[in-house]
Ligand binder design. Structure first.
Ligand SMILES: [Zn+2]
Length: 309
């Protein structure tokens, strides 16, 4: 059994285990004698007290797995440290988390394909206890999964949060083809501020909408490209409706971006495909959830799509 625990982490050992109803309970502890104070970085071997944390892990043999982890409260004897004591940190679970990180990842993966309520039911069948609200909070607490500095070429497009009432904007990485960010607005001022969080943007491709001309405001050197698809679509609509005059006026206002759209081969088809994905995920969620949750589900969906397929 000790080997099982070593698979979780090399530094942990089994104290004892028992089977209770449909669960296997492992009491484990770290074999490290010396721990590092998270506040000042100094080492400590002085134990103040020991308590047990109950952390759920991936099921085995069709049974739920509960880890009872001996957790030391340590003295920090560094006179310059602001804390007298600190709690042992376990590398496989976030502080105060009730689930191991590998279980949390499994739950999140399941819940991006389903509503949180249905995910909870499916997980129960796999001997994983995760109620709807704990799935929602896992999703919302997710770490930032996009390395914003690696993003250089993006396209943006809007999507309906509530059709005819409210809209959001999606940003897609033209390199990885992944949705990398969503904001709950398509207002010029919000869209203009947004790409500043991505320090190395060089290209912003967008549809004909003038509101998105502000999307590159924070990166004055970035190339703005008005994608060809929308240009040609706009032209054919204008011809059909005999509105060529206003079409030409629109082009003159946005001439540079339109030229770039013709020179470079960026197009917003990717953003449009992404908007469809958002629609599907929104439908799965029954439209009852918050924007934060939608964003978490979409970004995780994209992450797992790349990782697992
Ligand atoms: Zn300290």
């Amino acid at each position: 059994m000790d080997e099982f625990i070593k698979l979780l982490n090399q530094d942990y050992e089994l104290v004892q285990y028992r089977i209770k109803d449909k669960a296997v309970i492992f009491n484990i502890q770290s074999s490290k004698k010396e721990l590092t104070c998270p506040f000042c970085g100094s080492k400590s071997i002085w134990v103040h007290s020991i308590y047990q944390r109950e952390i759920q892990d991936l099921p085995i043999q069709d049974r739920q797995v509960i880890l009872l982890v001996d957790t030391r409260k340590m003295f920090c004897k560094n006179p310059d440290c602001l804390h007298k004591t600190f709690a042992e940190i376990h590398p496989f679970a976030a502080p105060r988390a009730k689930k191991t990180e590998r279980l949390a990842k499994n739950i999140i993966h399941t819940s991006t394909q389903l509503s949180s309520l249905n995910a909870s039911g499916l997980l129960k069948g796999e001997n994983i206890t995760a109620c709807k609200s704990s799935i929602c909070s896992l999703l919302k607490k997710m770490p930032a999964i996009v390395d914003k500095s690696s993003v250089t070429k993006v396209c943006v497009d809007d999507f309906a949060l509530r059709k005819r009432f409210s809209y959001g904007t999606a940003m897609v990485d033209l390199g990885s083809h992944r949705i990398i960010d969503l904001i709950p607005s398509r207002e010029t001022s919000d869209v203009a501020k947004w790409p500043a969080a991505f320090p190395n943007i060089q290209v912003v491709s967008r549809d004909g909408a003038a509101i998105y001309s502000s999307a590159a405001d924070s990166h004055p050197d970035a190339v703005q490209a008005n994608d060809r698809f929308h240009l040609i679509k706009g032209l054919s609509e204008a011809i059909n409706k005999s509105k060529l005059q206003s079409f030409v006026e629109g082009i003159l206002k946005d001439l540079k971006a339109i030229k770039n759209g013709i020179i470079y081969s960026y197009n917003n088809g990717l953003a449009e495909g992404s908007v469809n994905k958002i629609k599907v995920i929104k439908r799965i969620m029954y439209g009852r959830n918050s924007f934060d949750l939608l964003k978490a589900k979409v970004l995780f969906h994209e992450l797992f799509h790349v990782e697992f397929n």
